[in-house]
Design a binder for this molecule. Sequence first.
Ligand code: ADP
Ligand code: MG
Length: 382
Amino acid sequence: MTAAATAFRGVYGTGCEGVWAAPGRVNLIGEYTDVNDGFVMPLALPLRTGVAARARADGRLRLHSADIPGGVVTVAPDELRPGAVRGWAAYPAGVLWALREAGHAVAGADLHVESDVPVGAGLSSSAALEVATALALDGLYGLGLARPELARLARRAENAFAGVPCGIMDQTAAACCEAGHVLFLDTRDLTRRHLPFDLAAHGLRLLVVDTRVKHDLGEGEYARRRAGCEAAARALGVRALRDVPYGELDVAVRELRAVPGAGALVRHVVSENERVRAVAALLDAGDPRATGPLLTAGHASLRDDFAVSCPELDLVVATATGAGALGARMTGGGFGGSAVVLTDETTADTVERAVTAAFAAAGYATPRVFAVEAGEGARRVG
Ligand code: ADP
Ligand code: MG
């Protein structure tokens, strides 16, 4: 990340005051549960976004990214309102806006961004950018904000300023994860537990398979699923689907039989929360290997009940489990993006080759497959 400091000087002609970094994430299990007040279990990737930064007294924001062509973007103080900033600049500008809205005394900044988080692969490069920016501004202006508060403001930036309706998982993962652990997060009360996830110690490997596809219907379908879940909760008379106990799932589904599609949505959300709890119990017991079937069951639920998978993600899961993986599932919003595969170290290469060959045989783009360990959350790196 000293490269980011050097690049900052090249872009702005002066040195930066520091470099702050935040990781991308994969969600081990707990999909579409965060928009239902439920449980999620992300881990930070060893890939991260760095922000080299310098304060500006004039309230102006200048932004540059090594990953986006087009040079420096300037945001004037009167442009710092929702809807006024377009493109990638809306994410860091939204963070500055959210900090000011929350009453924090932050003027402007010059920022240079460098990242090795794949963009748009469902690995949350957006939250990595927001949280790295939030931590940089926190550092430049000596705010001393706690991590969960930085995550909350980063999410506000994405929702209200960039106009993307995401839950709280991604920003919390980027801000709060710890190396060697997954983050077991209750998205209602924001209780966090760091559960041990030392793959090497158990002879395991976690592969991320980036399918490199992103089907267009994703955004509309995401909104439709959220609305469907909210309508189902209303019909059941609960605040959120989180409040439907697993033991009452069948009763709830029967109660919803007059509402088209609602039963399947509820079945996914309620069973997924139960799977997250079950994975947590296994990790607490020191048995990560046993989580495999729960991951695969989670994929089936997303594919068959929640209907957010796609042929490429289904092919990853079918091929990986067929080649001896312990478990596999799509991760993130679906309709493309990435899958996670849990394998024994000794079968990882076989699984990777099988997935790559299956994609070639199907005529799909070559997927990007990489092994990850649970990395650390955001921090100052320079
Ligand atoms: P994901 O978060 O899954 O990677 P999103 O569509 O939510 O995908 O966010 C990707 C967007 O975030 C990019 O289109 C860009 O606007 C912004 N972004 C992410 N990383 C960077 C980066 N390194 N430099 C500039 N913009 C970035
Ligand atoms: Mg994102």
